[in-house]
Design a protein around this ligand. Structure first.
Ligand code: NAP
Ligand code: ZN
Length: 352
């Protein structure tokens, strides 16, 4: 075991602060990574503040962070895919049972025994896993991803969660050229959704509560922008969407979006709103519409997404911050004041 620097929260009301954590010594299949950048996902905030207490209660202290980009510093004796000095990435998953049907299908995110990057029971050290707000992490090579060399590293970090979480449902629901696709909420996930839907050739409409984001939405690849509080503007799109991705982090009316779907259209929720959302039966019955959810993506698809980003030169639009500004960044997330993902430059941890 060795000591690593990190930022952790001691309770649901404590700010994140510098701390020391323990990382395991490498097993033969492990890769040790020096973390260069880590994105800030709204899930970090939900977890730090224990907002998902019903589904996955937070164990304190918590070290969040699951959008990790770094450089390999050491590998175990049986590691074949990585060597010291390689760029490497880690997303939301660091282990699974590898034997269940979902794992066999490369859908590790649906394994009943998955280990998340933070706040999951740690099979090696006994407590819980600690995430990427740290200078170093040790991960089984199966859960380590390769980063295309042409991508900006700070902008690539958010691909590991915001990227795959929006890419995966779009692939699943057949977002392609000629489809009309809505993206609800222009935050970290939403802005990646816009980039992917555009790159996949669809007609993209952004729904936002923030009128000042209109120009950015168009620059990011949207064909149209609708201010979602404008009922008339919403009504103009009734019954017309093939697919809508809802990436909103707080309570909102999803029926307004179900009504915009065409026959057999699908609305996929990726926003993990802590409280249940009300669904009108008629919104689904009329038009044989469906409502579904989606959870990040499996390891093979995450690599596919990174390679797709390499080919299309897609990264997140990031505001790079030192770790000392992380608490301020959380407050700004709550007022939708981020363009469009915070990424922590982990070199800032050296001054702690
Ligand atoms: P984010 O950057 O904070 O973006 C959320 C966006 O939602 C905001 O920018 C805002 O967009 C909109 N919004 C916020 N409050 C709203 C309200 N009261 N009513 C309507 N719209 C509102 O968050 P994120 O990191 O993209 O994450 C979004 C959600 O996805 C979170 O709940 C997160 O936990 C979840 N998530 C799920 C998965 C998964 O696997 N399913 C993975 C990662 C994250 P506008 O300003 O454009 O309205
Ligand atoms: Zn995330």
């Amino acid at each position: 075991m060795y000591s690593a620097k990190a930022y952790s929260a001691a309770s649901d009301t404590s700010p994140l602060a510098a701390s020391a954590i323990t990382r395991r010594d490498l097993t033969e299949h492990d890769v040790q990574i020096e973390i260069l950048f880590c994105g800030i996902c709204h899930s970090d905030l939900h977890s730090v503040r224990n907002e998902w207490s019903e589904f996955m209660p937070t164990v304190y202290p918590i070290v969040p962070g699951h959008e990790i980009i770094g450089r390999v510093t050491k590998v175990g004796s049986a590691v074949t895919k990585y060597k010291s000095g390689d760029l490497a990435a880690v997303g939301c998953l660091v282990d699974s049972d590898r034997t269940c049907p979902n794992c066999q299908a490369g859908l590790e995110q649906f394994c009943p025994n998955l280990t998340l990057t933070f706040n999951s029971p740690d099979k090696h050290l006994g407590s819980v896993t600690y995430g990427g707000y740290s200078d170093s992490i040790v991960v089984d090579e199966h859960f380590v991803l390769s980063v295309p060399s042409n991508l900006d590293l700070a902008g690539a970090a958010p691909l590991l969660c915001a990227g795959i979480t929006t890419y995966s449902p779009m692939r699943h629901w057949g977002v392609t050229k000629g489809k009309k696709v809505g993206v609800v909420g222009l935050g970290g996930l939403g802005h990646m959704g816009v980039k992917f839907a555009h790159a996949l050739g669809s007609h993209v409409v952004v729904f936002t509560t923030s009128p000042h984001k209109k120009e950015d939405a168009l620059r990011l690849g949207a064909d149209e922008v609708v201010i979602s509080r404008d009922t008339n503007a919403m009504q103009k799109h009734a019954g017309s969407f093939d697919f809508i991705l809802d990436a909103v982090s707080a309570e909102h009316d999803i029926n307004a979006y179900l009504n915009l779907l065409r026959l057999d259209g699908n609305l996929t929720l990726v926003g993990a709103v802590p409280k249940p959302l009300a669904v009108s039966a008629f919104g689904l019955i009329m038009g044989r519409r469906s409502l579904s959810g989606s959870n990040i993506g499996g390891i093979p698809e995450t690599q596919e997404m990174l390679d797709f980003c390499g080919e299309h030169n897609i990264t997140a639009d990031v505001e790079v911050i030192p770790i000392q500004k992380v608490n301020e960044a959380y407050e700004r997330l709550l007022t939708s004041d981020v363009k469009y993902r915070f990424t922590i430059d982990m070199a800032s941890l050296n001054s702690e």
